[in-house]
Ligand binder design. Structure first.
Ligand SMILES: O=C1O[C@H](COP(=O)(O)O)[C@@H](O)[C@H](O)[C@H]1O
Length: 258
């Protein structure tokens, strides 16, 4: 792993969302100031959508972020028809994307199931991998852009993106995007970045709030639980890995015994 994991604990989920929105706006604005552009990989789920809603109201984003120079990617998607309410893209549009002046050419949506890939999750994953590789530049050995920030919601079972404990997708070492079949959380068919693609990000930020995440957070932050049992423990960035929690998620598993 690259560097130590940093853990920041907030009082509650609203404070987590507000503070992370300010942090994210600042980090992306700094990247734009340095390079002209910035990139973020979005996560779905409760905390991911809460963060996007907070970003829509964020004074820091209003003051500093140039939405038109931001590339937006997704870490995973539920493989459902365009506009389905359970798609991460649909939820992100409602929370933020429709309200800000993004450049449509910089919004890199994972293909829906009713796209030209006609229900073929592997073909859709391959198409997204091709889009990532094109954005990564001319060097054919670099297949994923060095995202400035890659966001991951941590599920109660420690899943991140659509990489679930014990699922074969976790073993992928070559492909950057895969079709995930038989996911234990609906819908069963999904698209996901793989661990090698996640680890190409400069910074990986993992989000968890609520008591139902406490066991997962404790397991993932324990010494080297390994990717198969705890996918969240295997997600890290090249220069930074930041765990952003609320107090309930940081509380650890309930004490057992006398
Ligand atoms: O299904 C998904 O779940 C995870 C975690 O969601 P949460 O609601 O438990 O926070 C999310 O990160 C992922 O993007 C999503 O597809």
């Amino acid at each position: 792993m690259t560097g130590a994991r940093e853990v920041v604990v907030h009082t509650g989920k609203d404070e987590l969302a507000r503070s992370t929105a300010a942090r994210l706006a600042g980090r992306l604005a700094d990247a734009q100031a340095a390079r002209g552009t910035a990139s973020v990989v979005l996560t779905g789920g409760r905390n991911g959508n809460g963060l996007l809603a907070a970003l829509a109201d964020s004074p820091e984003a209003r003051a500093r972020l140039d939405w038109s120079r931001l590339d937006v990617w997704w870490g995973d998607e539920r493989f459902l028809p365009e506009g389905h309410p359970d798609r991460n893209h649909t939820q992100a549009r409602e929370a933020l994307l429709d309200a800000v002046p993004l450049d449509p050419a910089r919004v890199h949506v994972m293909p829906p199931s009713d796209s030209r890939y006609a229900g073929d999750a592997e073909a859709a994953a391959e198409a997204y991998a091709t889009e990532l590789a094109a954005a990564a530049g001319a060097d054919p050995t670099v297949r994923v852009p060095a995202f400035d920030v890659l966001l991951l919601g941590v599920g109660p079972d420690t899943h991140v993106a659509s990489l679930f404990p014990e699922h074969p997708a976790l073993r992928e070492t070559e492909r950057t995007v895969v079709g995930v079949h038989g996911a234990p959380k609906p819908p069963p068919t999904r698209l996901s970045l793989t661990l090698p693609a996640i680890r190409a990000a400069e910074e990986v930020w993992l989000l968890a709030a609520g008591a139902d995440k406490a066991d997962a957070v404790a397991l993932a932050l324990a010494a080297d639980p390994g990717p198969l049992q705890a996918p969240a423990a295997a997600a890290y960035g090249r220069s930074r890995t930041l765990w952003l929690l609320d107090q309930a998620a940081a509380a650890g598993p309930p004490a057992t015994g006398a």
